[in-house]
Design a protein around this ligand. Structure first.
Ligand SMILES: C[S@@+](CC[C@H](N)C(=O)[O-])C[C@H]1O[C@@H](n2cnc3c(N)ncnc32)[C@H](O)[C@@H]1O
Ligand SMILES: [Zn+2]
Length: 292
């Protein structure tokens, strides 16, 4: 039995204590480490492992309005093609990667939990108790944990992922900040990273409403463009168009993106006058392995 199997059998999770870095053991209402550091499970079911001295603001990450907009938008299925492609590409890579199931799967920047939940629901290798969503936003963890009770949602930063070394088989990061050093520490060997990043035309029509000059070099923060430690196995581009037929959906898509923070009041007013909008999705999936 491997060290990791032993931990899991003893109900000692792959989560690590943010204070002393030793494994956390799960109890009905809390997690604790062997050194007596204790973390209560919130009433909504999530676990807060973000130390206050590691926060750059009192309320980091997406706020409640942004997360609610994301939940509302995703529930209508507009981004289902993205979720389907994630599930399909992961299944394909997993099948010639390992026979060792169940896998420990972590989504970093998991937002309202839509993608990790669809992954859990549609794939045999993603078992209850082995799927984690990590987000720096407490509101995100709250909303995600309330709806998806078979996934462990944790408030923590991608900069310091709260997992024991080499314990995560699959690390997923969709439109979220990614830190390679932190990923390297927690990813198992072999391990897989799946990242989705927006390309130049992603949400172009929305950006044309929001800015006088659209920045064509628009790229996500900290994307893994030149991986130091991982081998790029595959890239796959998703090109798709969605038709937003009401103002509510237009407001939702706006509020769930970083444009929400940057747009001027005048441009917000222009957006509020639109009743429909066709929007391009242009996303690159990047799949890396950690075999070497
Ligand atoms: C654009 S949203 C994407 C959410 C989700 N992946 C999706 O596509 O629906 C980015 C998410 O990353 C979270 N986030 C931002 N900085 C983070 C960090 N340093 N560590 C973990 N999560 C972070 C935000 O709170 C937000 O939920
Ligand atoms: Zn501890």
């Amino acid at each position: 039995m491997s060290n990791l199997d032993f931990l899991i059998e003893k109900n000692i999770s792959i989560l690590s204590c943010p204070v002393c870095n030793t494994p956390l053991q799960k109890h009905p209402k809390s997690y604790n480490c062997k050194n007596g550091h204790n973390f209560d499970i919130a009433k909504q079911g999530y676990l807060n492992l973000l130390q206050s001295n590691k926060k750059r603001s009192t309320d980091p990450g997406d706020n409640r309005h942004m997360i609610n907009a994301r939940r509302h938008f995703l529930e209508q299925g507009y981004y289902q093609p993205i979720s389907n492609l994630l599930n399909e590409r992961l299944s394909s890579h997993i099948s010639h990667f390992t026979n060792d199931f169940p896998l420990q799967i972590v989504e970093v920047g998991s937002g309202d939990g839509y993608y990790i939940n669809r992954l859990r629901e549609t794939n045999d290798y993603c078992h209850d108790g082995n799927c984690y969503g990590v987000d720096i936003s407490k509101e995100a963890a709250k909303i995600a944990a309330t709806k998806y009770q078979n996934i462990t949602f944790v408030v923590a930063s991608a900069v310091e992922l709260p997992f024991i070394n080499n314990s995560v088989d699959v690390l997923i990061s969709l439109f979220s900040p990614f830190y390679e050093e932190s990923a390297k520490k927690v990813l198992a060997k072999p391990g897989i990273i799946i990242q989705a990043v927006p390309l130049t035309n992603h949400l172009l029509e929305l950006r044309q409403v929001l800015y006088k000059e659209v920045n064509i070099n628009h790229t996500a923060k900290n994307i893994l463009t030149q991986a130091k430690y991982f081998k790029l196995e595959e890239t796959k581009i998703l090109n798709h168009s969605i038709h937003l037929s009401d103002q509510a959906s237009i407001q939702d898509i706006f509020s769930m993106t970083p444009h929400y923070w940057r747009t001027s009041p005048e441009r917000k007013r222009e957006l509020s006058l639109l009743q429909q909008l066709d929007v391009t999705l242009e996303i690159e999936f990047r799949i890396y392995t950690n075999e070497n």
